[in-house]
Design a protein around this ligand. Structure first.
Ligand code: ATP
Length: 269
């Protein structure tokens, strides 16, 4: 469905943000994109959604193809009409508009009233809380609800491929879990997803394939099971290092206690 080949992206003349990125997303797939700050995750989504120019960036080489059409030269509105819709980082909702108005704005580009009504039913089922708060101003929703509204608004245009940029950012663990469940459900309903995340635990649970970006390059790629088993991913993203350190400290503490116990019993007896 989506194929990115040897993608090079620059900001202005001096910043080379992506150097030869390759990836594929199948029509029924969820691809997680992991990586630390500044690795190029948002840049990758901007290149796919055609929004690089808004950030003074450009594709300097390589290709983004969606259903075998090159996207490189297309403007963002055309890319949305093809079915590729992004939810940018930072829960960007229209804060002064109501939930209802935000959702209606998301459906403006939809061609048929039936399509809009079906998309609305899907959003109401996925996010009952948005239906309950339809008349409330979006700026008054909680962080998690705003994230749900941002995703709901994107779903209103009936995407076939959804690009999510760090949907879990700044949310409590329980809400992150809910968002993960929603992404899984969206995928089960037949929408492919590219999920950029710093929360690797959630992303690897939800996706089937993943890549790890490091300084603008794909450092690791594979199934989520393969990546979750990788020592690098465990150490850098899953807290494996912290866990093994904690285990080592606990074992050392037990050994110290035993040794004191042995010395005390020798002294006593
Ligand atoms: P984060 O997790 O912090 O959002 P990221 O992995 O999404 O990071 P990007 O935001 O894609 O990383 O940034 C990749 C590189 O491009 C970084 O070196 C960043 O400083 C640079 N960059 C991003 N946006 C711009 C811009 N508008 N102008 C110049 N450089 C930029």
């Amino acid at each position: 469905m989506l194929s990115v080949h040897d993608l090079q992206v620059r900001y202005g003349r001096s910043v080379a943000a992506l150097h030869g990125v390759d990836l594929d997303v199948s029509p029924d797939g969820v691809l997680a994109v992991l990586g630390s700050n500044g690795a190029g995750k948002s840049t990758l989504l901007r290149a796919i959604s055609g929004t690089l120019r808004m950030h003074r960036g450009s594709i300097a080489g390589g290709e983004v193809r969606y259903e075998d059409k090159p996207l490189n030269q297309l403007d963002p509105a055309r890319i949305v009409r093809l079915g590729v819709v992004g939810v940018p980082e930072g829960r960007q909702v229209f804060a002064r508009m109501t939930v209802e108005e935000n959702l209606r704005a998301g459906g403006i580009g939809s061609r048929s009233p039936e399509g809009r009504a079906a998309a609305r039913r899907r959003v109401d089922e996925l996010f009952p809380v948005l239906a309950e708060r339809a008349k409330q101003r979006a700026g008054l929703l909680s962080g998690g609800e705003q994230q749900m509204l941002a995703i709901g608004r994107a779903l209103m245009s009936g995407p076939r491929l959804l690009l999510l940029d760090e949907p879990s950012l700044g949310l409590a663990p329980k809400v992150v879990e809910q968002i993960g469940g929603v992404v899984r459900e969206i995928h089960a309903q037949g929408t492919a997803v590219v999920l950029v995340e710093q929360n690797a635990v959630m992303a690897l649970r939800v996706a089937e394939h993943a890549i790890v970006l490091e300084v603008g390059k794909v450092a690791l790629a594979g199934t989520t099971a393969e990546l979750a088993a990788s020592e690098d991913v465990q150490r850098l993203y899953l807290g494996g290092h912290a866990e093994s350190q904690a285990t080592a400290e606990a074992e050392a503490e037990t050994a110290r206690t035993r040794s004191i116990g042995r010395r005390l019993s020798r002294w006593a007896g």
